[in-house]
Every structure is written in C-alpha cells, then in structure tokens.
Design a protein around this ligand. Structure first.
Ligand code: PCA
Length: 200
C-alpha cells in the first residue's frame, strides 16, 4: 500500500541567496519513491511561524513519515541529525527576531531523538559513494526548532511514525560566490535525498 511522506524544505536565510532544499522539494513533490508518495512543502525561516507550519502541514497531509531538510552551509556531508534539543538560539531569523537560549517547550524534554533510520541512511549513501555521516547536533536555529516541534508533537499525540531531520551542504552555484563554502551539485543533493527516502 502506498504511504505518504511529508518532505519539507526551507526558504533562503541569513546571507544565503538560495536554499538548495527548495530545489529538492520542487523536484520531488508528487513523485513516488519506493512505497512513498512525496508531499513536498516549503517553510519560512521564522521562530514564531515555522514550528506551527510543520505541524500544520502534518495535520493536513496526514503523512506516515516526516523528513525535514535544511541547508548547513559549510558542511561537506549529507548529515541525518541524531537529536533535537529544547533550545532556541542564534542569529536573527527572516523576521528580524533573534532568540537568546529560550526553551522551545517549557515542559518539554531536554532532547528528542530522531525516529528516522539514520544509520541505514548513512550506510546506503556510502554504498552509492555519497559522503554522509550522522550529525550529533542540529544546532539551535530553525532546523533544530522544526525537528524538535515535530517530534514533540508526535510524542504528545502518541503517534509512532518515523520523523526527523537531514542537513545538506550548499550547492555549487552558492559556492561560486564564496571561496569557503564546500558544495555539491544540485543533482547529487537531490539524488542523495532520494536514497535516504529509499531506506525509510
Ligand atoms: N538551515 C537553517 C534554517 C533553515 C535552513 O535551511 C538551520 O540549519 O537551522
């Protein structure tokens, strides 16, 4: 039976002029990968909106799994995240708001582990010669925020479906403007996320 995967990406943020997760969402939305039908959605980079956005998409799409994608400019590998922490911190978001270490959920747990098959994803990527490793920190910015909010919501609902976050490197066109940004081709980034979905 066909299952539905909610796959989210983000708009550009900080000094980045684009976000390669948007291209992945555009390309994979509506596609079928293995037994998964992809529902692709884009989120804002906004501490007051993004968490409600991902949960809103979840309520509408009623998916059987959730994978959120984010750009980690500077990383060289595809990095499934191990854990989200109960903390908002970092630079100004796209609305101009900068948090200062507040909790995401006052009564929430300090950390919530990804329920995606992160080891199998990394192994599958290695088999196809894509650099990949598990990341032990999704940071404290919007990516961690969205990962935490979605996992916490599922915990509260008592719904046991795979959910988590994957950070990706910048794309080549972004690196043209910067000498310090490791980059992948957009087609390799998209192919790597396909492989992650295959092992779901
Ligand atoms: N990356 C940021 C937020 C949006 C995105 O694509 C992050 O790593 O938190």
């Amino acid at each position: 039976m066909m299952k539905t995967l909610l796959l989210t990406g983000f708009e550009p943020f900080l000094h980045f002029k684009k976000n390669p997760t948007m291209e992945i969402i555009k390309e994979l939305d509506g596609q079928v990968i293995g037994e998964w039908k992809i529902a692709g959605r884009i989120m804002e980079v906004d501490f007051h909106k993004s968490g409600d956005q991902v949960i809103g998409y979840y309520e509408k799409v009623k998916p059987d799994a959730v994978i959120s994608l984010g750009l980690a400019g500077g990383r060289t590998h595809i990095t499934p995240e191990r854990i989200a922490i109960n903390c908002n911190d970092g630079e100004k978001d796209n609305s101009g708001f900068a948090p200062a270490g507040e909790k995401i959920a006052d009564e929430g747990p300090d950390g919530i582990f990804s329920t995606l098959p992160i080891n199998a994803m990394v192994q599958h990527l290695h088999e196809k010669d894509y650099p990949a490793s598990i990341s032990n920190s999704a940071g404290t910015y919007l990516c961690n925020h969205v990962m935490y909010r979605m996992l916490h919501h599922l915990q509260q609902e008592g719904r046991n479906i795979p959910s988590g976050f994957i950070h990706i490197p910048a794309s080549h066109d972004m690196a043209v403007e910067s000498r310090r940004l490791p980059s992948w081709s957009q087609s390799d980034l998209t192919a790597a996320i396909r492989l992650c979905i295959e092992v779901l």
